[in-house]
Structures are given as C-alpha cells and as structure tokens.
Design a protein around this ligand. Structure first.
Ligand code: XIL
Length: 302
C-alpha cells in the first residue's frame, strides 16, 4: 500500500488519527487525513465536558461535525470517551455518591444513544488505573462511587448501542511487567469471567524517553488478546526525531501486526504541530505536512 490506510488494510487492520473539529477548515490537514487514515477519533469533541456542558443538556455539534466528516469520506469512528476522571464538566467535578453514579450512567446512555449505529468502538472508560507500583484503581470521584462503576458504565453502553465494540482505554499499560498493566489485565480477565460486556482494550501509547516503547509490547498485546478481547493502539505518539523515532514507530507496528486480534492503530494527531504535546515532534508528518522518517518506517512495517 502507498498510504497508511491501504497498507494496514492489506492485513485487515485500520489506520486512524485523532481529528480536531476546528481544523476541518484547514485543507492541508484534511487532505492528509483523508488520504492516510480510515478510522477517526474526536480529539476532544465527544468527551464529557464537550457533550454535557450543563447537566442533562447535551451538546453534540462539534462531535457531529467530526462524525459527519468521517462518514462522508467513508471512514469509521472510534468514540472517545464516555466516562473519565478528566475533562469532566464543572457541574460533575464536585458531585459524589449516588447522584454522581446516576449522572455518569445517564451520560453514558445519552451519548451512546445519540451516536448509536455510527461508532465502531467506544472508549467506555478511560484511565481508571493508578500510575506507580500499586496496580490499583486510580482515586477519583467516579471510583469513590464504588468499585463497580466501570462495569456499570459498560453495561449502560451495551444497552444503549449494542453494535458498538466496548473498550477500556489507558496509558502506561504497554510494558507487561508494570503493575498498572497487571491491574488492567486482572480487571479484564474478571470482566470476561463474569460476563461484563467488554470487547476491546485500547493502549494509548504515548511514548517518550522516560517511557519508551517496551521490548515486550507484543507480549502485552498477545496476553490481553488471549483473554478474548480485541486490542488496539489508540493514541500513538513518540517524542523524538529521525531514525531513533522511526525505529520506535516500526517497533510498535511490528508488535501489533504480530497479534491477530490487534485490529488497528490510531496516531494522536496528523502533523507535529497538531500534537497535544506542548513541545517536540511526536507524529508522522512535520508541521508543513511532509512525511517524516517515522512515516516511512511505519508504512514499511505495516
Ligand atoms: C488530550 C487532547 O489531545 C488535548 O487537546 C486536550 O487538551 C487534553 O486531552 N489521553 C487521552 C486523550 O485519552 O483524550 C488526551 O487528549 C491525551 C491523553
């Protein structure tokens, strides 16, 4: 294949990017996005603060613009994210207990219903595990409503949109030997054993020198897949430049391609200048839209 989406399709996989609604009028951006990618994630527009700015008053215009652009160009959409401790609307941030639990479930139900039939996979719950060596849940207002909040969110999402795949998504879960990876793995194993509806696990894959691509990434992806879920790289970016960055990009794709149930890869933005990273050059296209060495190594690995 001569594009990322064509190369990924040769093995039945998708290739995605995050899209920002306010950049859809930038033709350099949309030209690259339309040519290279066939799976679209809204970078911010489907998050809790964007979709429910006041309680029970939903705002879908920016998310709808992205879904409409994607679908009119023949692309599928990953929904991101229904329940998360971060980017909550102000009204939710100080809620607790049953009121918060019900507000979260209402949010999941309403948003998944609005986008019903248009979403390939939802990140139902994002980033619920703690960093460090505990392997435990992250403390958050949602976690304090009870340890079963995650499975409650998944059941609500399944009821609202039975055709969407339902994913758990997190970062720093790439290295098999890390406690956080083991914590998420144990949760997914438990969900599968008890029939909680979960179909996939997303690995954000935000890498830098302090958090490099692990050499056992394939082991992690294979072990999760063996639980009976699809796995996906959902927010890939790798700080650095040149051949070192290109090699690390190749390694991520080799790991995914070695696992049958690794169904696709999404990079978290188009050009380096579109990245959420304050500085650095973590993506596949430079600020002018030129293909970088990391692009070529990725294309060759697919
Ligand atoms: C980031 C966006 O890229 C930024 O524009 C925003 O300011 C903050 O969120 N993990 C996630 C993504 O799951 O939603 C985050 O996206 C990056 C980290």
């Amino acid at each position: 294949g001569s594009t990322l989406q064509a190369a990924a399709a040769e093995s039945g996989r998708y290739y995605g990017t995050a899209i920002a609604a306010n950049k859809l009028s930038d033709s350099t951006y949309t030209t690259i996005a339309n040519r290279e990618f066939n799976m679209i994630t809204a970078e911010n527009e489907m998050k809790m603060d964007a979709t429910e700015p006041s309680q029970n008053q939903f705002s879908y215009s920016s998310g709808d613009r992205i879904v409409s652009w994607a679908r009119s160009n023949g692309k599928r959409v990953r929904g991101h994210a229904l329940a998360w401790h971060s980017q909550q609307p102000g009204w939710m941030q100080n809620m607790s207990g049953t009121a918060l639990r019900n507000a979260m479930l209402n949010h999941v139900t309403q948003v998944a219903t609005h986008y019903k039939g248009q979403i390939y996979a939802w990140d139902v719950v994002n980033e619920a595990y703690a960093d460090g060596s505990s392997g435990a849940r992250r403390d958050s207002n949602l976690q304090r409503t009870g340890n079963d909040w995650i499975e409650a969110a998944f059941r609500a999402a399944r009821a609202a949109d039975p055709a969407a795949k339902l994913c758990y998504n997190d970062y720093n879960t790439d290295n098999w030997s890390h406690a956080k990876t083991q914590g998420v793995y144990t949760m997914v194993r438990d969900f599968k054993a008890r029939g909680v509806p979960i179909d996939c696990v997303g690995f954000q894959a935000h890498f830098n020198s302090g958090n490099p691509v692990p050499s056992n990434y394939d082991v992690t992806l294979r072990n999760f897949a063996a639980l009976g879920v699809d796995v996906q790289i959902t927010e890939l970016d790798i700080e650095g430049s040149g051949s070192s960055q290109a090699q690390q990009y190749a390694g991520v794709h080799q790991a995914c391609l070695s696992v049958a149930r690794c169904t696709g890869v999404t990079v978290w933005g188009v050009r380096d200048t579109d990245s959420w990273r304050a500085s650095g050059t973590p993506l596949l296209f430079d600020g002018s839209g030129n293909k970088k060495a990391a692009y070529t190594s990725t294309l060759n690995a697919l």
